[in-house]
Design a protein around this ligand. Structure first.
Ligand SMILES: [Zn+2]
Length: 237
């Protein structure tokens, strides 16, 4: 008999793993959380399954079709000391591809050996936390009056369906993860959230304002480097 207790998903473990991954990023002020550009502590490559098949000379039909097909949305190839995440580039939506890749990252970080119901539920939980962290969602609901599901979809660049599911789970659960890392992640995300609600209140297009503000932010960063550089060079005059 299968021990059903052992087969239950460990959601706390998933939330912790996704939180750790977000926490090790230098900056989370991004319009989209681009999974391919995150900082990982293991070697992970990304490729489209279509591109990969061409490169290794495998007929795409063998991977994509028939009863032994490997892939509908995405999959991970495990090498000796690296992982290769493959995604289906026919799925045109950026959000969908990102979500698929994050799901695969979840399998990698949770060290899954199989892909059954428990592993699927865990990878899904990991992905939800990665895109929409528990504590950040809590702060948005608490600090920004009238925040709703469509705001969450816009802020975190996920589909409305994904935002809705996350929203429902959030309100069903009675506890919020409020550790040091959760708060640090919120601090990295707060700037974008504040900008979003500022745009909403003032009838401005968030995407345009985001990129304008992002440029100013980059300039400030560069200026910081220049001023410290000139300070440094003054020492040598
Ligand atoms: Zn999976």
């Amino acid at each position: 008999m299968i021990n059903s207790y052992a087969e239950k998903p460990d959601f706390d473990k998933c939330i912790e793993a996704a939180t750790d991954l977000l926490y090790q990023q230098d900056d989370l002020f991004t319009f989209n959380l681009d999974i391919r550009k995150l900082k990982y502590d293991r070697t992970i490559y990304f490729d489209s399954v279509q591109g990969y098949c061409v490169r290794v000379g495998v007929p795409i039909r063998r991977v994509m079709f028939g009863k032994n097909r490997l892939l509908k949305e995405g999959c991970t190839v495990k090498g000796d000391d690296f992982y290769l995440v493959l995604y289906n580039e026919d799925r045109r939506s950026f959000e969908r591809q990102q979500w698929t890749m994050a799901h695969e990252i979840g399998h990698i970080y949770l060290e899954h050996e199989k892909d059954e119901d428990k592993e699927e539920a865990e990878a899904h939980c990991f992905t939800g936390q990665l895109f929409i962290p528990d504590y950040s969602l809590y702060r948005i609901v608490k600090d920004f009056n009238g925040a709703c599901v469509s705001d969450i979809a816009e802020i975190f660049r996920v589909s409305n369906a994904a935002a809705q599911r996350r929203w429902n789970t959030f309100f069903r659960r009675k506890t919020v993860h409020t550790g040091k890392k959760d708060q640090a992640i919120w601090e990295m995300q707060r700037e974008k959230v504040e900008l979003y609600f500022y745009c909403k209140q003032n009838g401005l297009a968030f995407n345009r304002e985001f990129f304008k503000y992002g440029k100013k932010r980059d300039l400030l960063k560069t200026a910081d480097v220049i001023s410290s550089f000139s300070e440094l060079s003054n020492l040598f005059v």
